[in-house]
Design a protein around this ligand. Structure first.
Ligand code: FCB
Length: 449
């Protein structure tokens, strides 16, 4: 298959539907000591023995710091409508209160290059690379960091204003808070139940404080937040409660405060010993209206209660999995979008801000034949169309990722790109999944002309 096939009447054919590719700063840029950037928590974490597979780090990554021009050309050649990237906070504010014009300039060039090629720019302010100097003061465990985030949002949006088409405050606060501060498998590597919940509240507060700033400085841009979410299914009917609770902690805990102005009571009850300090007015700030919600989807969970009454995920050995071990379950994306649509009364439009599959792809004779990933995109695009047909308002879809990159604690061995990166030579090669994306976008454009 060299093109994804959209049904003739697919809602994804509508010209306003946005197709894009996504990356994030620490995962692709490299140049960690260049252009005035200082360390982020990921630079520090990668140096802890055993923290990242193979001892990998983001020092060079895809060397996008130097190769951004050819990368933007490649994005434009794919024919996408939009590019989702993130800004590295320690490039913009390398020391507390100190603005780095070189950092602003780096992203200015990228934004200009995208716009010159007719590509819209979706910018995430926080895709996990917290400046290390803020971690030294407690990071997201310190309420002050939420205010620091608002200052950073002020600097970026005052500079770029409406040149950024769509702003995202946070990417996946679940992962940043729980993997980083609760389970310790991501930077900064802190383990503690209370810490995880405290960090999550401060991140959401940062989001809430940033929203009015972004609106003031970029009144014509759209503003929102991105959540990762997986639908959970009970292993047996008696595990329904386990599945429900898994969704409550997995994404209601993060989405409810933003979209309903309250934390889900199941979590408040079950985690009563671990609840953060919530000050009067916090939830009003956090629930300021957003223009859109971004959803990152990769897989589902199947849950059950174990002997101790704990909730555990159950592997599905007979199902198909990607190289990283995540079950391929496209129906989960439709179910998830419908569940979200049903749960939130004032739900704004959604974008699928990430969706994709990991492989251990190899380049052979100049080609990467990534059949599983190509099938993954085909079936997940259909899943999005199915959700729209059930009345869910979805306005765009971003493939994760533009190119192979630093996959956090997995390092470079998990390749999520639709473009292959040879890390020795930094050569980029379009995989079959990218060629199929390009062909689909081309066909769609011709039809819409
Ligand atoms: C998401 C992250 C993204 C990437 C994918 C595979 O959790 O937002 O940076 O690592 O997973």
């Amino acid at each position: 298959m060299n093109s994804y096939q959209l049904a003739e009447d697919s809602k994804l054919n509508q010209p306003e539907f946005v197709f894009g590719v996504a990356t994030s700063s620490y995962q692709i840029e490299g140049g960690v000591n260049l252009g005035g950037r200082t360390a982020s928590i990921w630079d520090t974490f990668c140096r802890q023995p055993g923290a990242v597979d193979n001892g990998d780090n983001g020092d060079v990554a895809c060397d996008h710091f130097h190769l951004w021009q050819q990368d933007i050309d490649m994005i434009a050649d794919l024919g996408v409508d939009a590019y989702r990237l993130s800004i590295a906070w320690p490039r913009i504010l390398p020391r507390d209160g100190e603005l780095n014009p070189q950092g602003l300039n780096f992203y200015q060039q990228i934004i200009d290059a995208c716009h010159a090629r007719g590509v819209k720019v979706f910018v995430t302010l926080y895709h996990w690379d917290l400046p290390q100097y803020l971690q030294d003061k407690g990071g997201w465990l310190n309420r002050e960091t939420a205010y620091k985030f608002a200052e950073y949002a002020e600097v970026v949006s005052a500079h770029f204003g409406d040149q950024i088409d769509v702003y995202t405050t946070l990417n996946e606060p679940f992962v940043a808070a729980f993997l980083g501060y609760r389970w310790g498998v991501h930077a900064p590597g802190i383990k503690g139940e209370r810490e995880g919940f405290l960090a999550s509240h401060h991140m959401l507060l940062g989001h809430g404080l940033a929203m009015p700033i972004l609106r003031r400085n970029a009144p014509n841009a759209k503003h929102g937040i991105v959540f990762n979410a997986s639908p959970s299914y009970p292993l047996t009917p008696s595990d329904q409660g386990a599945a429900d609770y898994s969704e409550a902690e997995g994404y209601h805990w993060f989405m409810d405060p933003v979209l309903k102005g309250e934390y889900p009571f199941e979590v408040v009850e079950r985690q009563s010993d671990n609840m953060p300090m919530i000050l009067a007015g916090d939830l009003d700030l956090i629930s300021a209206p957003v223009d859109y919600v971004g959803i990152n989807y990769y897989t589902r969970h199947v849950c059950r209660y174990n002997e101790n009454g704990d909730i555990v995920n159950v592997e599905q050995p007979s199902a198909e999995h990607t190289y990283i071990g995540w079950e391929i379950y496209p129906q989960g994306l439709t179910d998830l979008l419908v569940r979200i649509h049903q749960r939130y009364e004032d739900l704004p439009p959604m974008y699928i801000t990430e969706n994709g599959a990991a492989g251990n792809d190899e380049l052979k004779n100049g080609e990467v034949v990534d059949q599983q990933r190509t099938r993954y995109f085909q079936t997940h695009l259909e899943a999005v169309d199915n959700a729209i047909r059930q009345g869910v308002d979805i306005q765009g879809y971003f493939a994760w990722s533009l190119m192979d990159n630093f996959e956090w604690a997995f390092g470079y061995c998990q390749r999520f790109g639709i473009v292959h990166v040879d890390y020795q030579t930094q050569k980029r090669t379009l995989k079959h999944s990218a060629i199929a994306y390009r062909n689909m976008l081309l066909a769609r454009k011709q039809e819409n002309q």
